[in-house]
Ligand binder design. Structure first.
Ligand SMILES: Cc1cc2nc3c(=O)[nH]c(=O)nc-3n(C[C@H](O)[C@H](O)[C@H](O)COP(=O)(O)O)c2cc1C
Length: 338
């Protein structure tokens, strides 16, 4: 079998599940993964995913329709489970015949999974540990993403390499896609060989030509090394912070300061526990928009994964995917030759 055929076979389960040429999901990135990047990834043979983030059902409806105007290929929608209008957002996906719904940002309820599935969509969930992976499969998840702490954005504590070893040998009933820290095709091959159905990349797609992120945001990616993408730090155990991996900047310092001020106000009785927690949680939502859309990369949140060091030029999405596939094929060829 030649290397190209070998790769096709290695990720055939993922390709069949997604309905794509290559089993590469463009991980949903709030403010970044809108119609242009999503359609570009799907048109290039991958699987684009709209980041719903905090959008209202009406805005999501417009974004889905806008994406459908740019591609006839399949794409998905990523919904955050704690969104107060989650059911309405699922219904918008179903009304628009979105083929795959990704439920992210916390464990989805069985009812949410069922709602999407009953409406005809396939459901993809994030599994942060083996027990939860098994539970999600029992609840009806059609596929899982395992995302390690190398990833950009909100992250869990465990590295991709370890999650892959824990989950890939155990979960065989549904396709599992590996995310976090993947920037080259060689890594894709290695996860496929460990049993992954495909992969999900976010950071690598930020500097796609079609991506609408502000040029300052893209420049920051081009300049950064792996070590610049660090997780945020929690100041007080009473106020848990889900770590966010982002390029270190003034915004990172400001987040520490915000936590300090909010905790001080809580200690003085000016805020109750819930209010204080919300103020801390809300910090990055606005900050990501400031960086991605307004280009304020000093004070905003420049969420990026450790693979940011592998992002070296702005290039069309089709070239990014071709590069990844070529690297994967070359890796397989070199192995066969040696
Ligand atoms: C700027 C940025 C924003 C992100 N926003 C989201 C999001 O809204 N929802 C989500 O599920 N994941 C989000 N992610 C994670 C990506 O979907 C993807 O899983 C991750 O980027 C993969 O790891 P990588 O960055 O190492 O490629 C975000 C990542 C980045 C870099």
């Amino acid at each position: 079998m030649d290397a190209q055929a070998q790769l096709s076979s290695l990720w055939s389960r993922g390709r069949d599940f997604l309905g794509t040429e290559v089993a590469i999901l463009g991980g949903a990135m709030s403010w970044v993964s809108e119609r242009h990047l999503v359609a570009a990834i799907s048109n290039a043979g991958g699987f684009g995913v709209i980041a719903c983030g905090s959008m209202s059902p009406d805005l999501l409806d417009a974004e889905i329709k806008g994406t459908q105007a740019l591609t006839v290929k399949p794409f998905g929608v990523n919904l955050i489970t704690m969104h107060p209008q989650l059911d309405a957002l699922i219904d918008v996906c179903l009304a628009n015949k979105v083929s795959h719904v990704v439920l992210a940002g916390g464990l989805p309820s069985g009812a949410s999974i069922k709602r999407a599935k009953d409406g005809g969509a396939k459901v993809i969930c994030f599994a942060p540990a083996v027990v939860l992976a098994k539970k999600l499969v029992r609840s009806g998840a059609d596929a899982l993403v395992i995302e390690g702490s190398e990833a950009g954005g909100h992250i869990g504590p465990v590295a991709t390499s370890v999650l892959a070893q824990e989950i890939l040998p155990v979960i065989r009933d549904v396709p599992v896609f590996v995310a976090g820290g993947i920037g080259r095709g060689e890594a894709i091959v290695s996860y496929l060989e460990m049993g992954a159905a495909g992969v999900q990349l976010g950071t690598r797609f930020v500097c796609a030509t079609e991506c609408i992120a502000h040029e300052n945001f893209k420049k920051a990616f081009l300049k950064a090394n792996a070590r610049d993408a660090m997780p945020t730090v929690q100041l007080d155990a009473r106020f848990p912070v889900i770590p966010v991996r982002a390029l270190v900047n003034k915004g990172t310092d400001l987040f520490m300061e915000t936590q300090r001020v909010v905790i001080e106000r809580f200690n003085k009785g000016e805020l109750d526990q819930k209010e204080a927690q919300l103020e801390i949680e809300h910090f990055w939502a606005g900050a990501l928009r400031r960086a991605v859309i307004d280009g304020d990369i000093e004070n905003g949140s420049v969420m990026a994964g450790q693979s940011v060091g592998l992002v070296t030029q702005e290039q069309p999405t089709v070239d990014i995917i071709k590069e990844l596939v070529d690297q994967a094929v070359t890796a397989l060829q070199l192995r066969a030759a040696s």
